[in-house]
Design a protein around this ligand. Structure first.
Ligand code: SF4
Length: 376
């Protein structure tokens, strides 16, 4: 007879038992970091935070693409969009990200040609249909989105669409984790790794978190049972004293990743230093275009573009939130001067931003207390 499917309650009970043992090994609250914004939202949406035993703190990590796109990158995107004969195509959630003073929405209202697309392929189509325009795709996001951008650039080459360009500000997750763990600023006892990014990369690029830093990590899916099981697997590693990078999301993620996507990335991009909002420059954490595709980098073709220097908005703690040093609710502006309708910082813009998620789901908490959230 087949085993009865595990219920959320069963899994939560097992988690509580494992947590009690794990806490016997570590004499303080356990800090687990969910690296990606999709997990931050899914943990709230499925009520998983409310099911966690006392003493497990969930910290949000740097895995929200909108949140980590720097002010200089937004400013240069606006400068590109203001150029005559140039169209800037972007995903919708980038429109409200604050630059120094304005957003892409403001630039569009002022007459810049900014268009929202759902895929880089839409931008390529626009370029093919309008050879007299220079069409630039604002390429943001992590390993989940960069393979499609790589494929689109190769497609432009095949189709001979010469007026298609990209403004590349892609980010890579593993170097950001290396910067975070290496800094020693925050004690992280376990990592919930992003299921979708790892479906591309596999587990290889993340092995260092266990081997070098001794931090247990589990690639986890996005359902309630997935996340409870992923957290349980982390606790079991803590109890066993054997940190490793394991996969809970086996139906999607293979240790070797997606070879075709990795091949496309390798063909088109080469790792390059990148600037992360609130964090700073991280070596080899972004992408630059390789030959023969470098001619499609907008900043090379349309530049050089000088953008004014701006600092992060006064009072905004996005940088500390993205590094797990603070919870959104620790920011004095949270829910007062800063709301999803009137975001001050980037973490309040995207639905995957941790500040926006905490606001939407009515979470409370503090950096020193329980971060499990209160629901009302
Ligand atoms: Fe920045 Fe707003 Fe989040 Fe505060 S609540 S850290 S101001 S985005």
């Amino acid at each position: 007879m087949a085993d009865k499917p595990e219920s959320v309650k069963d899994q939560a009970r097992r988690l509580a038992r494992a947590s009690a043992v794990a806490k016997g090994k570590i004499d303080r609250p356990l800090n687990l970091m969910e690296v990606c914004g999709t997990h931050t939202v899914a943990l709230f949406r499925h009520g998983v935070r409310g099911l966690l035993p006392e003493g497990i703190r969930l910290l949000s990590g740097p895995g929200c693409p909108v949140c980590v796109t720097g002010i200089p990158d937004v400013e240069s995107a606006m400068a590109i969009a203001r150029m005559p004969g140039v169209v800037l195509c972007t995903f919708g959630d980038m429109m409200r990200v604050p630059g120094g003073k304005l957003t892409l929405f403001d630039a569009k209202a002022d007459g810049a040609d900014v268009r929202i697309v759902y895929s880089p392929l839409d931008a390529l189509k626009l370029a093919a249909e309008n050879p007299d325009l220079k069409v630039v795709f604002f390429a943001t996001g992590f390993e989940t989105t960069s393979p499609l951008v790589a494929a689109t650039i190769m497609q432009a080459e095949v189709q001979g669409v010469e007026n298609f360009y990209v403004h590349t500000v892609h980010k890579l997750v593993p170097p950001a984790l290396e910067a975070l763990l290496g800094s020693g600023e925050v004690k992280i006892d376990g990592l919930v790794l992003p299921g979708h990014a790892c479906s591309i990369t596999g587990t290889g690029p993340f092995e260092f978190v266990a081997e070098k830093h001794g931090v247990p990590a589990v690639v986890t899916g996005f359902g309630a049972l997935d996340m409870l099981e992923g957290i349980l697997m982390i606790l079991n590693q803590i109890v066993a004293g054997r940190p490793e990078v394991d996969i809970q999301y086996k139906k999607i993620v293979r240790p070797e990743g997606n070879p075709r996507a990795l091949q496309a990335l390798d063909k088109v991009f080469t790792p390059a230093d990148a600037y992360w909002r609130g964090i700073g420059s991280i070596p080899q954490s972004g992408f630059a275009l390789k030959e023969p595709y470098a001619k499609r980098e907008a900043l090379q073709v349309l530049g050089p573009i000088a953008v004014p220097e701006y600092s992060e908005p006064k009072g905004c703690s996005c940088g500390e939130v993205l590094k797990g040093l603070k919870l959104p609710t620790d920011c004095k502006l949270f829910g007062k001067a800063c709301t999803p309708e009137r975001p001050v910082g980037a973490c309040m813009v995207s639905t995957e931003g941790s500040c926006a998620a905490y606001f939407k789901y009515g979470a409370t908490g503090s950096a020193t207390g329980s971060a499990t959230g209160t629901f009302y």
